[in-house]
Design a protein around this ligand. Structure first.
Ligand code: CA
Length: 645
């Protein structure tokens, strides 16, 4: 069949009518029977192959499957095959593809073979009682990579925990094992963040699970969407182990007061040598007129989320991670490549099951011009935030770029590293470009941040723009000042504050912009640096603790922007904004930010103001420093005041 003919066929209502099915797909075992059901609508033959182990051993049996309804293929075996491994030989247009099951719940080493798994047998003790902590008044999100967390030898982790899920279950780790300076989970607990966003934990392809110690990757290269990554487990060969160990980790995070957000990458796969492609060639992918895969993702292919069996797949996968692993939210990689109806459906289904807004959903709204979606598809990019559910959020690059400068240009500067500060732009940061006349409907749609895993760390960007000597591993006071000034602005935005793990201690990757496959020692959290820059860490702690007391910033409603009362341009590098807080202690808040080289005296609005945050400390709110009429703001700093009732 000609390529473009097949593309149109896959996009057509006729195809969906003929082949869309809601039948359960995957492998299901019970005492008396195991059922295998694969959706392979274009196949002329499918053979099920059973294996005793998850490595490259010979098949025990090869069994031709029976064609079922709506493009499905079935095999029923009169026994409980829990623990067996399997794959399929799928013949389409005279080509036979050896493939795992896209609906598999676990797999052998490197995800090549699927595993029949009776899921309750993977539950750790007490799993039925596992519950996320109660919803917080504010959500503060911390982005963390499993291997980064525990790879540094100085972190004091046991050798068996380094780089693995299990490291996130341990208490009592200390710097170099000194018994004094907390690292690991205890350290993160001390920050006050409410959500940990885990970089990819599903099975990805770029690290060889047989030798995980020598590989490193962020993991934005999915192979099996519904299976945990094997290199983070203690035994990647036995599929039940990775499942159980991930559940143990999530239970530990919940028990320690964190909700868990999973980074999901449904917009593309590692390559086309994955079950999603091989079980139904091209159906799950967008294809250009010349027959090559669309590449809006920049990763070699784009998943066709607008097709009905693709959206079923993604929705079911999300719901599965919640029901089976108790995940509390999702960060959608390149959400701008996914379609609006699917994203809204995901939010609605989660709201229906768990309560409105209980599961936090947000994504990258970056626009991709060169994908090849079915004509008429509305993509969930920045221009379409108004079409998304009001609780469906997106990363806000406007705040990020205003504060530290654009990410594409290393020379570009923002408020804190030499740029001008306009009162209007400062106001827009606070409200997150949300409300009337803006792309965002409300702060509920905003994730506000200064750094994430992509691009230079905040520290490295500041060093590049401020330090001619490019001393990334230093801790120059000038850079620390700019960092504190920026952090205070970010924690004064009404969206949900987010930061990359280690931003709070001046995390550096030695100036490397895209460290997705750099060595682990470039990416790892440097626990020595966390201690050395403990004053900066404290500054973040204070901002987080204060934030939890400020209802005016917690307001995520469409009316939030009307809380802004006044803005003032003091000089080209100094401006302030006042905001209705409505709190019990402080009825108004004043954010003054100045990049001037000298201290500036600022005229204050009427009233008695308490200093909450200044250039040195974000715990001033614990003291009783009061100012009236005018006050001085230190060079390159942010000052936050609260008006006493
Ligand atoms: Ca893997």
């Amino acid at each position: 069949m000609a390529r473009n003919v097949k593309k149109q066929w896959f996009d057509s209502a006729e195809f969906a009518g003929q082949f869309h099915t809601e039948l359960p797909l995957g492998a299901f075992c019970a005492k008396e029977e195991t059922l295998f059901r694969l959706w392979a609508p274009t196949a002329s033959q499918v053979i099920l192959r059973l294996y005793p182990a998850g490595n490259d051993c010979e098949a025990l049996q090869q069994l031709p499957m029976t064609r079922g309804e709506k493009g499905t293929w079935e095999m029923r075996m009169p026994e409980d095959l829990h623990g067996y491994y399997y794959d399929y030989a799928v013949t389409v247009d005279q080509t036979t593809y050896e493939t795992g099951d896209p609906y598999a719940k676990s797999c052998g080493v490197n995800g090549r073979r699927s595993m029949v798994l009776d899921l309750p047998r993977t539950d750790p003790a007490g799993w039925e009682q596992d519950k996320a902590p109660a919803a917080a008044a504010e959500q503060v999100i911390y982005e963390l990579h499993i291997k980064d967390f525990s790879w540094d030898q100085a972190g004091g982790f046991a050798a068996d925990d380094r780089g693995r899920f299990s490291a996130l279950t341990r208490h009592g780790t200390t710097l170099g094992g000194d018994g004094v300076h907390a690292t690991g989970l205890d350290y993160i607990k001390s920050l006050g963040v409410t959500h940990i966003q885990l970089m990819p934990i599903y099975d990805y392809g770029s690290v060889d699970e047989r030798t995980p110690e020598s590989g490193y990757n962020w993991g934005y290269d999915p192979v099996n969407y519904n299976i945990p990554e094997g290199s983070y487990s203690s035994d990647p060969y036995h599929g039940e182990v990775r499942v159980k160990e991930l559940k143990e980790m999530i239970a530990a995070l919940h028990a320690n007061g964190f909700r868990v957000i999973m980074d999901v990458v449904y917009n593309h796969t590692y390559d086309l040598n994955v079950p999603l492609f091989k079980s139904a060639p091209w159906y799950y992918y967008r294809r250009k007129e010349d027959g090559t895969p669309a590449n809006g993702s920049g990763c070699g292919n784009d998943v066709a989320t607008e097709r009905s069996m693709v959206s079923r797949y993604i929705l079911e996968s999300v719901l599965y991670w919640v029901s089976e692993y108790h995940i509390d939210g999702f960060r959608f990689d390149l959400m701008g490549l996914m379609d609006v109806p699917l994203m809204n459906r995901i939010q609605e289904e989660l709201d229906k099951r768990y309560g409105v807004g209980e599961k936090l959903i947000y994504g990258e709204p970056w626009r991709a011009d060169n994908t090849a979606a079915c004509p008429g598809t509305v993509l969930a990019d920045k221009g379409n935030l108004k079409r998304l559910n009001i609780n469906l959020g997106a990363f806000n690059d406007d705040v990020r770029d205003a504060v530290k400068g654009k990410i594409m240009d290393i020379e570009a500067v923002g408020f804190v590293n030499g740029g001008a500060i306009s009162a209007q732009e400062l106001r827009n940061c606070v409200i997150g470009w949300a409300g009337e006349g803006f792309a965002n409907q409300a702060p509920s749609q905003n994730i506000t941040y200064l750094s994430c895993h992509d691009d230079w760390t905040l520290w490295d960007k500041l060093v590049y723009t401020m330090d001619p000597g490019k001393n990334f591993t230093g801790s120059a006071e000038e850079i620390l000042r700019a960092n504190r000034m920026g952090a205070a602005i970010n924690f004064f935005c009404q969206g949900r504050p987010f930061f990359l793990a280690g931003e709070e201690f001046g995390r550096t990757k030695g100036g490397i912009k895209n460290s997705y496959c750099s060595a682990a020692d470039i990416n790892q959290l440097d626990w020595t640096r966390a201690w050395e820059n403990r004053e900066l860490v404290d500054y973040y702690r204070g901002l987080i603790a204060l934030r939890k007391q400020l209802p005016g910033l917690q307001d995520k409603s469409v009316e939030a922007s009307s809380r802004i009362l006044e803005t003032m341009q003091v000089s080209s590098k100094c401006a302030w904004v006042t905001l209705e807080n409505g709190g019990e202690v402080w009825d108004r808040l004043l954010l003054i930010t100045s990049a001037e080289r000298e201290a500036v005296t600022v005229q204050l609005p009427a009233g008695t103001w308490q200093v909450l945050v200044d250039d040195r400390s974000s715990f001033r709110w614990q003291e009783e420093t009061l100012v009236q009429e005018r006050c001085a703001i230190a060079p390159v700093s942010t000052l936050i005041l609260g008006k006493l009732r």
